[in-house]
Design a protein around this ligand. Structure first.
Ligand code: ARG
Length: 564
């Protein structure tokens, strides 16, 4: 479906058209350099950029562009050394509001239609409880999957579960020796893992039995495999419960676990050898890549395969079977070298053609309020489930300050706060997990935006209006203009998120939108507006703002309750 173009792009078109008339050859294909401005609605620097080539003084060129714009709908003004200040006519702005209201995509196009994106995110490890490190991948990956999908890309979510590896020999052996009467749940698994690890480190005889168990697992011993399956099932169910609670899109169908590639690993290494890319080095099989500081170990000394070989097989699958154009790996920044190696080897082996983009989308660490890596008081890792409980309690305080408590709202606020705090921090930076701050009503938080939304809904409910109507002849206050222009930038900010893979650009946009709304309330009474036309236009602005807040939060995976 086509959607209403943003004013920004209409202004760009007008400037490009004017430039084409002034400089028939010189302006073709040039970015018209239009930006939102404090001095007008927009400003263009095109005259400064083209002056030299046109052999004109910048102000002279700007004046000629100005003359071309004279009959159009834009008010243009020359300023400084050759800037064009551009203001959109009031009528055109009101008409834009009306068009936006009739467009269920809120002016957002589908520029990524026809592309396929793989988003690899979450990827927790079986038999260990998900901890706060996996939170970032889960929340950021989910927001990116939503935004890219909304812009038209066909998105394949891939949850690369760590369900294979040497730890399973130890764990299965420990379970065999310590049968669990009540069955295994995720919480018990974490305990068992720790106990198993302790026995493994302390008792050489146990270590030997564990190693034999690993060989049994790898060679497909049915009894051992059965226990392994049980472990995987218990963990996967626990993870899914957490995903459902968090409100992320991941389902069991998105699981793309490491073990799935086991039978391809021989082939991967053989192909690399045959191509002369892999060589024996100190008993292991390695690929050395020019410009990458360390070799990728595709087969270990003991003959086993690990994370690197598995990721190569996974990469090949994503290109050949999933037909991806772009593959995003939303994984901890500490794995940067691993991905550089895997992508480089993938290119050399021909599994990752130039037409396909593979991107490591790294993120920083979660810190405690003491500025150190987030730990429990006793130094253990913090369970994600406990964190969510704590955040919901924090949000309860914020919500209860205002209204009678509705549990669904408290949950939406608590979960939303955790996600928003993560998404609103620049992705690559570390951030401090601080429940008081993330549930504060006075800052760049989920609850602030959720309140802004609930408040505008309550105004609309009191007005009792059906679908709003817009009167293009009505006057326009500066705060109305500012709000409208900000609403108009929604599509552009989503494009920016898709380009930079930085969800905090969207949180920043929504926060600024809520502030523009507050300023609008302060200057423009809605329900008590002076005339019916003014009131109708203000209700229309409220409606579009409410829809944009819901859509924007929704693309971050955050709920916007009707009432708070
Ligand atoms: N299981 C890994 C970890 O916890 C993350 C997997 C990321 N995805 C990948 N294709 N390597 O570190």
């Amino acid at each position: 479906m086509t959607s209403v173009p943003a004013l920004h792009s209409l202004v760009e078109d007008a400037i490009s058209a004017a430039a084409a008339r002034v400089l028939p050859r010189g302006a073709a294909g040039r970015d018209p350099l239009v930006r939102p401005s404090e001095h007008a609605d927009f400003q263009s620097n095109l005259a400064l950029a083209l002056a030299k080539q046109a052999g004109l003084a910048p102000r002279e060129l700007a004046a000629r562009l100005l003359a071309e714009l004279a009959d159009g709908p834009l008010e243009a003004e020359l300023s400084g050394p050759g800037f064009l200040n551009l203001t959109v006519g009031r009528q055109a702005l009101w008409q834009q509001l009306a068009a936006r209201l009739a467009d269920d995509r809120l002016g957002v196009g589908t520029p990524l239609a026809g592309t396929r994106t793989v988003v690899d995110y979450s990827g927790p490890n079986i038999a260990k409880e998900m901890h706060v490190g996996h939170l970032r991948s889960t929340v950021i990956g989910d927001a990116l999957a939503r935004v890219l999908g909304h812009l038209g890309s066909e998105v394949a979510r891939q949850n690369h579960l760590g369900d294979w590896g040497t730890q399973f020999g130890m764990l299965i052996q420990y379970l065999e020796e310590h049968p669990q009467p009540a069955g295994i749940g995720l919480a018990e698994l974490d305990e068992l893992y720790r106990a198993g690890r302790q026995a493994f480190d302390a008792d050489p005889a146990f270590r030997e039995r564990a190693q034999r168990r690993l060989v049994a697992l790898q060679s497909g011993d049915p009894a051992t495999l059965a226990v392994w399956r049980e472990l995987v099932a218990a963990s996967t169910e626990g993870f899914q419960r957490l995903y459902d609670r968090l409100g992320v899109l991941l389902t069991p169908a998105d699981v793309d676990a490491e073990s799935r590639f086991n039978d391809q690993l021989d082939g991967v290494v053989e192909e690399l050898r045959a191509a002369g890319l892999a060589v024996e080095s100190e008993g292991a099989v390695c690929v050395f890549v020019d410009g990458v500081e360390a070799p990728l170990i595709v087969r270990k000394k003991d003959g086993g395969y690990g994370y690197p070989a598995t990721d190569l097989a996974t990469l090949r699958h994503r290109v050949e079977v999933l037909a991806a154009d772009r593959i995003l790996y939303v994984v901890d920044a500490r794995q940067a070298l691993h991905f550089r190696q895997v992508f480089a080897v993938g290119r050399l082996a021909g599994w990752l053609p130039d037409s396909v983009q593979a991107v490591h989308v790294p993120f920083g660490m979660v810190l405690g309020t003491d500025g150190k890596p987030f730990k429990t008081r006793s130094g253990g890792t913090v369970r994600l489930a406990d964190l969510l409980d704590a955040a919901i309690e924090g949000a309860r305080t914020a919500v209860a300050e205002r209204e009678t408590v509705d549990e669904a709202v408290v949950r939406a606020a608590g979960i939303g706060s955790v996600k928003y705090a993560d998404l609103s921090n620049a992705r690559t930076k570390n951030y401090v997990f601080d429940i008081d701050q993330m549930t504060s009503l006075a800052g760049n938080t989920a609850v602030y935006l959720q309140y802004a939304h609930a408040r505008v809904r309550s105004i609309l409910a009191r007005a009792g209006a059906a679908e709003p109507t817009v009167d293009p002849a009505a006057p326009m206050a500066p705060a109305e203009r500012a709000l409208l222009l900000h609403l108009d930038g929604f599509g552009a900010v989503l494009d920016e998120v898709a380009d930079t893979l930085e969800p905090h650009r969207l949180t920043g946009y929504l926060f600024a939108l809520a502030k523009a709304l507050t300023e609008f309330y302060a200057q423009c009474p809605v329900l008590k507006a002076g005339t019916p036309a003014v009131r109708a236009n203000r209700l229309a602005l409220c409606t579009l703002t409410a829809r944009t807040l819901v859509r924007g939060l929704g693309l971050l995976g955050i709920e916007a309750p009707e009432r708070m």
